[in-house]
Design a protein around this ligand. Structure first.
Ligand code: NAP
Length: 301
C-alpha cells in the first residue's frame, strides 16, 4: 500500500503562492472569523494564520465571543466586504447553533469567498464554471493529479454529502469525467456500493468507520475524516502494529487524530491511502492560500 502524503505537495503549492505574492505590488489580505471557543476551530484557524505568514498573506483573526449574535456577525462581515485591503473572508464553521449560518455565508462578498461556500460559488461549480471551489475537495484533486492517479473513466464513490466536502468533491470528479456515486447515511448496503470504487473518498466524521470490506482491492482511498480518539483500546484496534506510536501521542496530548477509514484494515486492501494526519488536511490549508491569491489577483484586475 502506498501512502499518499500531502506534505510535499502542500509545501510546493505554498511556495508557488509565495513566489506569486512577491511579484505583487501589495500583499493579499485574509480575514478569518471565528465565534466561540471550540478548541478544534481554534487550532484550524491558527494553522491558517500560520500558513498566511509563511506565504506573505497579510492576515487578521477576528475571534468573537460565543454570545455574538447573527446581527453583530453580519455587521463584521459587511465591514470586511467594504474594506479594500481584505481580499478573502473565511468564517470558521461550525458557527454556534444560535447563529444563522446561511445568512452569514450569503453575506460574504462572492469576490472574497475564498472558502467557496457562497451560493454563487456553489452554482458556478455546478455549472462547470468555477471561480472559488471549497479547499478540501480541490486539494484532493491536486493530490490525485500529482500522484498520476487517473480520474477520467474511474468509478469514483464519495461517502458523505456535506456542502463543504462531499458535494463539491462529487462535482469536481464528475467534471473530470469520473463515474460518480454519492453515498450518505441512508445508503442501503454501503459496502456493496463502495466496493465497486476505484477511487473512494470518505468524509463522514466517524472514526475508522470504513473497514476492509468497504474497499475494492487496490483502490485509491482518500480519507478526509479528522476525529479525536482518546480510548487506548480503540487506538490499539484501529492501528494494529502501529498502535504504539499513537499511544505515545495519546499519552502526551490526551487524544490522537483518526480518519474515517480504519487504518490497519485499509492498509491490507487499498492500493493507495492518505494518512491522517499528514494527508488531506495539509492540502486544505494550502488551497486556502491559493484561493486567497486568486481573489487578490481577480480583485486587482
Ligand atoms: P458533515 O457535514 O457532518 O457530513 C457528514 C456526512 O456523512 C453526511 O452527508 C452524512 O449523511 C454522512 N454520514 C454520516 N454517517 C454515515 C454513515 N454511517 N454512512 C454513510 N454516510 C454517513 O461532515 P463534513 O463537514 O463533510 O466532515 C466530514 C469529516 O471530514 C469530519 O471528520 C471533518 O472533521 C473532516 N473534515 C476534514 C477536513 C480536512 O481538511 N481534512 C475538512 C473538512 C472536514 P447524511 O447527509 O445522510 O446525514
Amino acid at each position: 500500500m502506498i501512502k499518499l502524503e500531502g506534505s510535499q505537495l502542500a509545501a510546493r503549492i505554498k511556495q508557488n503562492v509565495q513566489s506569486a505574492i512577491e511579484q505583487m505590488a501589495s500583499r493579499p489580505g485574509l480575514a478569518a472569523v471565528r465565534v466561540g471557543d471550540d478548541p478544534a476551530s481554534a487550532v484550524y484557524v491558527r494553522n491558517k494564520i500560520r500558513a498566511c505568514e509563511e506565504v506573505g498573506i497579510r492576515s487578521e483573526h477576528h475571534a468573537l465571543p460565543e454570545s455574538t449574535s447573527t446581527a453583530e456577525l453580519l455587521d463584521l462581515i459587511r465591514s470586511l466586504n467594504a474594506r479594500d485591503d481584505v481580499d478573502g473572508i473565511l468564517t470558521q464553521l461550525p458557527l454556534p447553533s444560535h447563529i444563522d449560518e446561511t445568512a452569514i455565508i450569503e453575506a460574504i462578498d462572492p469576490a472574497k469567498d475564498v472558502d467557496g461556500f457562497h451560493p454563487i460559488s456553489v452554482g458556478r461549480l455546478a455549472l462547470g464554471r468555477p471561480v472559488f471551489v471549497p479547499c478540501t475537495p480541490t486539494g484532493i484533486i491536486e493530490l490525485l493529479d500529482d500522484n498520476g492517479i487517473e480520474i477520467r473513466g474511474a468509478n469514483a464513490c464519495v461517502v458523505g454529502r456535506s456542502q463543504i466536502v462531499g458535494r463539491p468533491m462529487a462535482q469536481l470528479l464528475l467534471q473530470r469525467d469520473a463515474t460518480v456515486t454519492i453515498c450518505h447515511s441512508r445508503t442501503r448496503d454501503l459496502a456493496a456500493v463502495t466496493r465497486t470504487a476505484d477511487l473512494l473518498v470518505v468524509a463522514i466524521g466517524r472514526a475508522g468507520f470504513i473497514r476492509g470490506e468497504h474497499i475494492k482491492p487496490g483502490a485509491t482511498v482518500i480519507d478526509v475524516g479528522m476525529n479525536r480518539v482518546s480510548d487506548k483500546e480503540e487506538v490499539r484496534e484501529l492501528f494494529g502494529n502501529e498502535a504504539e506510536k499513537r499511544l505515545e501521542v495519546l499519552a502526551k496530548r490526551g487524544a490522537t487524530l483518526v480518519g474515517d477509514v480504519h487504518p490497519a484494515e485499509a492498509a491490507q486492501v487499498a492500493g493507495k491511502l492518505t494518512p491522517v494526519p499528514g494527508g488531506v488536511g495539509l492540502l486544505t490549508v494550502a488551497m486556502l492560500m491559493k484561493n486567497t491569491l486568486k481573489a487578490a489577483t481577480l480583485r486587482r484586475q
